[in-house]
Structures are given as structure tokens and as C-alpha cells.
Write a protein that binds this ligand. Structure first.
Ligand code: AR6
Length: 279
């Protein structure tokens, strides 16, 4: 019996070290003794006790995971995993990356944890192509959540608006595939690659889809949804601007920690649209 997934996945733009979850995942290296990127940020925020504990772990192989306490982080635990270094795609990089996500989720569940936040593993220093990595991350997490009821929330923490759009696009496409709206392989991805002139009706459809996505990932309902859709459709006149506007709106919802019935103040929307017009 499949378990519902949509309201158990969030995508936000932000810093993983600030996430108040049971565990954050670290994109580490096999030594587990720290590094740059997410790894460096996590060690800095957690404090020197994290390195002390990491020294006792005996390192970590690619695809595997080790757990430590979170020390000064808001998160109680850190799950350290080592993503594959991108070498062109012929060294099982895809499978190894999926294994990082699967093992992290399994380890979290084994410790009775309910909420977990992931960075985009391997997409920085390790050079994994971000779009490809995003699809693997989302597919693996959605697959796991669909089979297991234990985790309440999985948060994908994106370090840029571009990354945020990749995640929300991937979730939308995979959700549509799963519910049979698109055939396997999805036309939406193709449309995205060969972007064409969009009619006002296309734009309105895109706005509606992205508002729906924000509602789904945060478990909210926009009270002024129609007015919101109309304002974005008129104010952001092409697909790219719609995406950037809705990404900003999503960040606003995430940062304000909004729940339930949500009314976006007119001034907030106007401010976002003004920025987009100047962009
Ligand atoms: N919060 C969320 N995401 C972040 C943050 C942050 N604070 N900082 C960076 N990112 P990387 P990798 C994004 O290089 O590719 C380390 O030195 C970043 O934009 O941290 O798995 C380790 O010790 C990128 O998209 O991890 C290893 O040697 C993503 O996180 C090596 O890097 C991952 O970038 C691991 O490389």
C-alpha cells in the first residue's frame, strides 16, 4: 500500500546548518575530518566536539553513512555520507549517489528520527551535474517515503534559487509521472529544455502549477490564490520570471514558517514583482 509523500517533502533555499530538524546530512569526504562547502559549514557551526567525535569513526566509504551528535547545531544529529566524485558517469556514480540518500534515510529511521534535511550531495566540489543529481535525490527520497511511513519530513536545502527550481521541477514531474498525468519520461522535462514562446494561457497554467507545488511542499493553502495567480501571471510575463517569482514566494513561505491557511500580503507580492521586473 503506497504511503502519501507530497506533504512530507519540503524544498527551501537556505543554509543547512540552520535547519531545526532531527538530523542534517553532511556531504563529507572519506576521512570524515572536515573540508569545504557543506562539510566546512557544518563543522564550523557544530564546534570542535564534532571533529573529536568524527575522529573516532574510522572514516566512511563512498555511499555509506555514519551518525554523530549535532553539538551546537539546531539539529540533534549529523548523518555524514560520502557522495561519489563525478568522473563522467561511467563509474556507477548515479547508483552511488542514490545509495547515499537511501542509506541516510535508513540510518535516520534506525535511530527513530522523524525529520531530516539534505544538501545537494556531490554537486559542489565533487562535480556531479546538478540537474542529474537533483532527479536522483528526489526520485530516491520519494521512492523511500512511498514505501515507509516513519519519516515525517524530508527537507531539501538548496543553496541557490537555481537549485530550488531544479528540485521543485523534479518533484512536480515525478509527482505527475506517479499519478499518471504525464507518460513515463515526461513531456514537461522536454518542454523545459526546448523552451518556446509561451501564450498567456501557458503562463497562467505554469503559475497555477507552481502555486500548487508550494502549497503541497509546505502543506499550506493560499487563501488569496486566484488573486495571487492573476497578479503573478500579469506581472511576470515569461516562464523564467514566473519561476523566479514563485521561487521567491516559496522562500517567503519557508522563512516565515507559514502553516495552514496563508494569505500573502499584497505588499510582499508587489515587492517581489518589482524586483523581478528590474531583473
Ligand atoms: N547549506 C546548504 N547547501 C550548501 C551549503 C550550506 N551551508 N554550502 C554549500 N552548499 P559540497 P560535495 C551546497 O562541495 O560536492 C567538502 O570539502 C553547494 O552549493 O559541499 O559532495 C567535503 O569535505 C553544493 O550544491 O559537497 C568533500 O571533500 C552542495 O551543497 C567535498 O567537499 C554540495 O557541495 C564533497 O563535495
Amino acid at each position: 500500500m503506497p504511503v502519501p509523500t507530497a506533504d512530507r517533502i519540503s524544498v527551501i533555499t537556505g543554509d543547512i546548518t540552520e535547519q531545526l530538524v532531527d538530523a542534517i546530512v553532511n556531504a563529507a569526504n572519506p576521512s570524515l575530518l572536515g573540508g569545504g562547502g557543506v562539510d566546512g559549514a557544518i563543522h564550523r557551526a557544530a564546534g570542535p566536539e564534532l571533529l573529536e567525535e568524527c575522529r573516532t569513526l574510522g572514516g566512511c566509504l563512498t555511499g555509506e553513512t555514519k551518525i554523530t551528535k549535532g553539538y551546537r547545531l539546531p539539529a540533534r544529529f549529523v548523518i555524514h555520507t560520502v557522495g561519489p566524485v563525478w568522473g563522467g558517469g561511467h563509474d556507477a556514480e548515479d547508483d552511488l549517489l542514490a545509495t547515499c540518500y537511501r542509506n541516510s534515510l535508513a540510518l535516520a529511521e534506525a535511530h527513530g528520527l522523524r525529520t531530516i534535511a539534505f544538501p545537494a550531495i556531490s554537486t559542489g566540489a565533487y562535480g556531479f551535474p546538478p540537474a542529474r543529481a537533483t532527479l536522483i535525490a528526489v526520485k530516491t527520497v520519494m521512492g523511500h517515503l512511498g514505501r515507509s511511513p516513519f519519516l515525517e519530513k524530508v527537507v531539501f536545502v538548496c543553496h541557490s534559487d537555481r537549485s530550488f527550481l531544479m528540485y521543485t521541477d523534479a518533484i512536480r514531474e515525478l509527482t505527475q509521472e506517479a499519478t499518471g498525468v504525464l507518460g513515463k519520461g515526461g513531456h514537461a522535462r522536454q518542454d523545459h529544455r526546448h523552451e518556446q514562446e509561451s501564450t498567456p494561457a501557458d503562463i497562467q497554467k505554469q503559475v497555477a502549477g507552481q502555486l500548487q507545488m508550494i502549497e503541497a511542499v509546505h502543506g499550506i493553502r493560499f487563501v488569496n490564490r486566484d488573486a495571487l495567480a492573476a497578479a503573478i501571471g500579469q506581472g511576470a510575463a515569461d516562464r523564467r520570471r514566473v519561476s523566479v517569482t514563485t521561487a521567491a514566494l516559496n522562500s517567503y513561505v519557508a522563512l516565515q514558517n507559514l502553516h495552514g491557511e496563508v494569505e500573502i500580503p499584497k505588499e510582499v507580492l508587489e515587492m517581489i514583482l518589482k524586483k523581478i521586473r528590474e531583473w
